[in-house]
Write a protein that binds this ligand. Structure first.
Ligand SMILES: *Cc1c(COP(=O)(O)O)cnc(C)c1O
Length: 408
């Protein structure tokens, strides 16, 4: 077992011996790419041609008028190909896979979004692709499974354990160990053993770099406060990294689910239910019990429903650079509804956590202040969950019954 890649007291790479060489190779190619300016230019060109970058910043004048406080701006990661910031990470890793000369990618997915993004990348680069997914998740995410298969991926339902995300992660690692020479494991967020947290954050930093430049160009100044939702932490790391060295307040918003006191949430950094531990190859805050058993998590947003969190964000919590808050399912649905009505934007349920918190703080700020919200993705994918939450009798049969089939 070796230790490296620490951020304060967090991170590391707690690996079985057999994977050490593969992680060394990955770290090597990542460091090489990082110090090669032509790599980042190639990445930017690819993202411009394939995923609509640079994504714009939208001045949310109607929401600003509604709250009467700080001016509200929105970074539009929903306009990426496949509908979220996840494209930034998978396409970046695709370029590294090409550099390593590997021909096959694997990934695990819970809600299916990262699986679809990875399958898309694999199709574009001509890689073989296998996606591991808990059998329970396969059942409730049929549309995403359909798309992954149409994109050419093999979807393997995992029947071990509780048949959800963590079982799929174990299975993906098992595959990797037996196919290291040909295969790269595309981790979906800024978590896991080093170099993944740093590498995924680096690819996502394209969001913050753009946002900073866009503000200086159009407003002649930076925002005062930036809000991003926090699942594993990749979209937050992406947008925050543009402002670490500036006098800009950074706010990470976790899923408070049915309330921080209810025990039914996925808040690792803003609740006292989490503690520091080592699992899945890295050290961070986990939602675990006293024996180190992972707890059940809950969020209305599948993408925020995770027991761990980026070790880099754990460090940024400890040193106070980022403030962490929670938004409940109910607050999220209200924020989503308002954003649709006022701006014609449909944020993903994940992103709507950042909106909900920003809406709480905006009225207390001055009209000279500026807020930036990262809209990490679009909400089309959430139609059944949102319709279910609105519980409008008019849509009961058409959508809510369908929702029961997809989200059992
Ligand atoms: C997956 C997902 C997230 C959560 O992942 P992070 O790594 O925390 O960014 C947030 N928003 C959307 C739209 C997602 O699809």
């Amino acid at each position: 077992m070796i230790k490296r890649g620490y951020y304060g007291d967090f991170g590391g790479a707690f690996l079985p011996e057999i994977l050490v060489a593969t992680f060394d190779e990955l770290e090597g190619v990542y460091n090489e790419a990082r110090h090669d300016p032509s790599f980042w230019r190639e990445y930017e060109r690819l993202m411009a041609a394939y995923s609509c970058r640079p994504t714009p910043i939208t001045d949310a004048q109607n929401l600003t008028d509604h709250f009467g406080g700080a001016r509200i701006f929105i970074k539009r990661e929903d306009l990426n190909h496949t509908g979220a910031h996840k494209a930034n990470n998978v396409m970046g890793q695709g370029l590294l896979v090409k550099r390593m000369g590997k021909t096959r990618v694997i990934a695990e997915t819970g809600a299916g979004q990262h699986g679809v993004a990875t399958a898309t990348m694999a199709a574009r680069f001509g890689f073989d692709c296998t996606i591991y997914m808990g059998e329970v998740d396969v059942e409730r995410q049929r549309p995403n499974v359909f798309w992954m298969e149409q994109l050419g991926a093999t979807v393997v339902p995992v029947t071990d354990g509780t048949r959800i995300l963590k079982d799929a992660i174990n299975e993906a690692f098992r595959d990797w160990v037996s196919h290291m020479d040909s295969t790269h494991y595309v981790l979906g967020t800024a978590c896991g053993p080093h170099p993944f947290p740093e590498m995924v954050s680096w690819f996502q930093s394209i969001v913050g770099k753009e946002a900073r430049g866009q503000f200086l160009e159009t407003e002649g100044r930076l925002p005062d406060r930036v809000f991003a939702c926090v699942g594993g932490g990749s979209n937050a790391m992406g947008i925050f990294s543009g402002f670490f060295d500036d006098d800009v307040e950074l706010v990470g918003v976790e899923a408070a689910g049915r309330g921080l006191d209810s025990g039914e949430h996925a808040s690792r950094l803003c609740s006292s239910d989490a503690s520091v531990g080592v699992a899945q190859g890295y050290k961070t805050y986990f939602l675990q019990d006293d024996d180190g058993q992972m707890r059940e998590t809950h969020s209305i947003a599948a993408g925020l429903d995770y027991v761990g969190v980026s070790p880099i964000l754990s460090d940024l919590k400890e040193n106070g650079r980022v403030r962490f808050e929670g938004a409940t399912d109910k607050e999220v649905i209200e924020a989503l509804s308002l954003t649709m009505k006022k701006e014609g934007l449909i944020p993903a349920l994940e992103s709507a956590h950042a909106f909900a918190r920003a809406f709480k703080e905006a009225p207390q700020m001055s009209t000279d202040d500026i807020i930036l919200i990262n809209q990490s993705g679009r909400g089309d994918k959430d139609i059944f969950t949102i319709a279910d939450a609105f519980n409008d009798p008019k849509w009961k049969q058409f959508i809510i019954e369908k929702a029961k089939q997809y989200h059992a």
